[in-house]
Write a protein that binds this ligand. Structure first.
Ligand SMILES: C[S@@+](CC[C@H](N)C(=O)[O-])C[C@H]1O[C@@H](n2cnc3c(N)ncnc32)[C@H](O)[C@@H]1O
Length: 227
């Protein structure tokens, strides 16, 4: 039986027994006249069994097709989080998430090596073309995160939202989350993509180690923490 010593409401995300759950209902299962001691809290796993986030081509409105692994429900959450905020994105690829966030009123800075030497090809050219179609301005930093993030920090740049969606190795994720936290303004949030992805188990490992209390909110594989 779950001993919830904190106050919870329906819809809250909680961490229990190594899993992440959403409070589905708080109430009496049948007879409303039962004593308080029999109040039932039901919680459902916030994460489906297997997350793979396949790359698909999708469109924003009537725009051109963009290749991305961001899920629709994650895109909606990113738009909500970014609205009116200064946003730093680590890993832009062809610009899908950066454009989503810019269209919702976020002032987005996007770091990506844009090397053009992986299977994604010329991400820089495609991202620029996608931005032009949507008429949005994203500050593109075509560098490695290991160079760009410490430099932005030294320059005194700070952000309300840091969105981490780059390399999935343990050291890579730890670097992005560590520097992402440094680059956050007080009250800001960090969002890490691919939490629970079966192919990127280090993402979950780093999040679980760095945030033992769990996420502030989990939207599919988007692990959101407001420290
Ligand atoms: C999963 S994709 C980003 C997807 C994008 N957010 C979207 O909306 O579709 C990962 C991107 O991270 C970039 N990346 C990976 N490791 C990096 C690093 N160490 N520094 C900078 N960029 C990196 C890759 O070039 C790639 O474009």
């Amino acid at each position: 039986m779950t001993d919830l010593s904190t106050r919870v409401r329906e819809g809250d995300t909680i961490r229990y027994n190594g899993g992440v759950f959403t409070i589905a209902s708080i109430g009496y299962s049948d007879n409303p006249r039962k004593p308080l001691s029999e109040l039932r809290i039901t919680a459902t796993p916030a994460m489906p069994e297997e997350i793979t986030n396949p790359w698909v081509t999708t469109r924003i409105g009537d725009g051109p097709e963009i290749l991305t692994a961001i899920q629709p429900v994650e895109a909606e959450e990113l738009a909500r989080l970014a609205a009116g905020k200064d946003v730093l994105e680590i890993g832009s690829a062809m610009g899908y998430s950066a454009i989503i966030m810019a269209l919702s009123g976020g002032r987005v800075t996007g770091i990506d090596s844009h090397k053009g030497d992986n299977w994604l090809g010329d991400t820089l050219g495609i991202m620029r073309a996608n931005m032009a179609w949507h008429g949005v301005d994203v500050e593109i930093i075509a560098e490695m995160d290991t160079d760009a993030m410490p430099r932005l920090y030294a320059e005194g740049r700070r952000f309300d939202l840091v969105f981490v969606d780059a390399g999935g190795g343990y050291d890579e994720v730890k670097f992005d989350v560590t520097w992402g936290l440094k680059l956050l303004r007080p009250g800001g949030s960090i969002a890490i993509h691919d939490y629970g992805h079966v192919g990127y188990t280090d993402k979950k490992k780093v999040c679980d180690e760095m945030f033992p209390d769990g996420p502030t909110k989990l939207v599919y594989s988007l692990f959101i923490k407001t420290p």
